[in-house]
Design a protein around this ligand. Structure first.
Ligand code: SF4
Length: 490
């Protein structure tokens, strides 16, 4: 870490948004070592979604800067607002969009209000405070009050628009937050890791913070310990994963009873998980075979879906086919990948027909997948396309959720049982280092845009297919690990 620059006094809306997400993130954004930062697709996806939402809101292209405000253009981008904040801090905001409203301002018989795009279903404190900060500076700039802001969200069903009142209560909250932010960024050391580590998944500092969490034995490293449970353990004097691993399960279970049954029943499992992570040794939970269905299978299909949740669209159904040779070995060299693209909603029937044909061609082969999504999606699609109940049941009976078999049979020395964590632990590697679902989605959106503009980018499609194939093969790596354990059973 670098020594913080104590002279830093410019608080930007972007810094405030980082701070609302995680106090530590704001500190790292200013003082962290940039070489520790990883690129994540989330921000690019956000900007892409923002662009689409704004286009849906405006009927004409927005104007740029203060000149556009003077002309009274309906939408304005590229304005830079500055002002004085609490504790002599300078404030700076680059509003993503301003929308003209009725009123009177320094520019004429109209005024402006700030607009933000939200990604995801919920309006958050981050959006409210960012709007309030823009409103504060815009009030001074246009010399007219800004009573409300707008939050827009382009979804599969159209544009959602929410009016947000920028009232006194919100302004007060903004000033308190800016003061706290100012204190945090002046500290010599970064604030602690956020207690809700799910936020880390979409953060560019995740590599640095994951290493820190491991080093300090942060309780959130143990699967099943979120913000609330971590607080309970801390109250009981259990501060780290090492403290937890040393605990006595019946004693801890009793102490946890006062916090509710859901906590007491899980003590033994959490202690065992903590022990496994500290020792690096996996532990078998059930003597029975994890995937007996594969004993006599002539081959397997591995199935993985890529989705665009904002558009509520499963755009790619990927299958890998692996035959079993006469010597009972799995023919990995002959493994075949087949992607089935679902480009638009009208072609859903065609997509189902292709999937159905594929599944019927190997009607006695099990279908491996990782997590519930594939099973739910396939069953929904089959119902929508008029498949008979008997047909759907036959299909579902062939599906094997490798994730659930791992969870029921094994404790692994890792902090997540997601496909990525499990497959990496078995030694599997994705072709493109650092690729993930959000990058695949970004490639998909870029490919779609190219198609719309008659400039198809085949390379993006290749990247998506490779990623999807890798996900299928990662599912196989997890399966193979389970099969191998049967061979070395004592
Ligand atoms: S990775 Fe997590 S703890 Fe670290 S800055 Fe980001 S959100 Fe905060």
């Amino acid at each position: 870490m670098r020594e913080p620059n104590r002279k830093t006094k410019v608080l930007t809306a972007r810094l405030l948004r980082s701070w609302v997400r995680c106090r530590r993130k704001a500190w790292l954004d200013l003082h962290g070592d940039e070489t520790e930062r990883v690129w994540i697709a989330h921000r690019t996806l956000q900007l892409d979604h923002q662009q689409r939402s704004f286009m849906a809101l405006l009927s004409t292209s927005p104007g740029r800067g203060v000149e556009a405000c003077k002309k009274g253009e309906y939408g304005v981008v590229g304005l830079r607002l500055k002002g004085q904040g609490p504790k002599n801090n300078l404030l700076e905001v680059h509003p993503p969009l301003l929308q003209r409203v009725d009123g009177s301002s320094i520019w004429g018989n109209f005024a402006y209000k700030p607009v933000l795009a939200r990604q995801g279903k919920k309006l958050t404190r981050e959006h409210r405070l960012a709007l309030a900060m823009t409103g504060l500076l815009l009030t001074k700039e246009q010399q007219a009050p800004v009573k409300e802001g707008l939050v827009v969200y382009e979804s599969f069903s159209g544009l959602e628009v929410q009016q947000i009142s920028l009232n006194e209560k919100l302004k007060k909250e903004l000033l308190i937050s800016l003061e706290k932010l100012s204190n945090d960024i002046r500290a010599a050391d970064p604030p602690p890791l956020t207690s809700d580590r799910r936020k880390c998944l979409l953060c560019s500092w995740k590599s640095l913070c994951n290493a820190e969490a491991k080093r300090e034995g942060h309780l959130s490293e143990v699967l099943g310990i979120g913000t609330a449970r971590r607080k309970i353990f801390q109250e009981l004097g259990i501060q780290t994963i090492h403290d937890l691993a040393k605990s006595n399960s019946s004693n801890l279970g009793k102490r946890l009873e006062t916090f509710g049954e859901q906590h007491s029943g899980i003590a033994e499992q959490l202690i065992a998980q903590a022990k496994s992570q500290i020792t690096g040794i996996e532990k078998r939970l059930q003597a029975s075979e994890a995937i007996p269905e594969l004993d006599s299978a002539k081959g397997v299909l591995i199935y993985d879906i890529e989705s665009d949740t904002d558009a509520r669209k499963d755009f790619l159904h990927g299958f890998v086919r692996i035959n079993r040779k006469v010597n009972n070995q799995w023919d990995l060299k002959g493994a075949k990948y087949q992607p089935i693209l679902s480009i638009n909603h009208d072609k859903k029937s065609l997509c189902w027909k292709q999937i159905k044909r594929k599944l019927e061609f190997h009607s006695d082969w099990p279908i491996l997948h990782y997590g519930e999504t594939e099973r739910l999606t396939l069953s929904k699609l089959a119902k929508q396309e008029g498949a008979l109940e008997k047909e759907i049941n036959l299909l579902l009976n062939r599906m094997i959720d490798v994730h659930s078999r791992i969870r029921s049979h094994w404790l692994l020395p890792i902090n997540s049982y997601g496909l990525k964590a499990v497959a990496l632990w078995t030694g599997f590697n994705w072709s493109h280092k650092g690729s993930d679902g959000s990058k695949a989605l970004l490639w998909w959106r870029q490919w779609e845009l190219g198609m719309k503009n008659n400039k198809p980018n085949k390379n993006k499609l290749k990247l998506i297919f490779q990623y999807n194939k890798d996900d299928c093969m990662a599912t196989w790596a997890a399966t193979k690990w389970l099969l191998d354990q049967e061979k070395i059973k004592p």
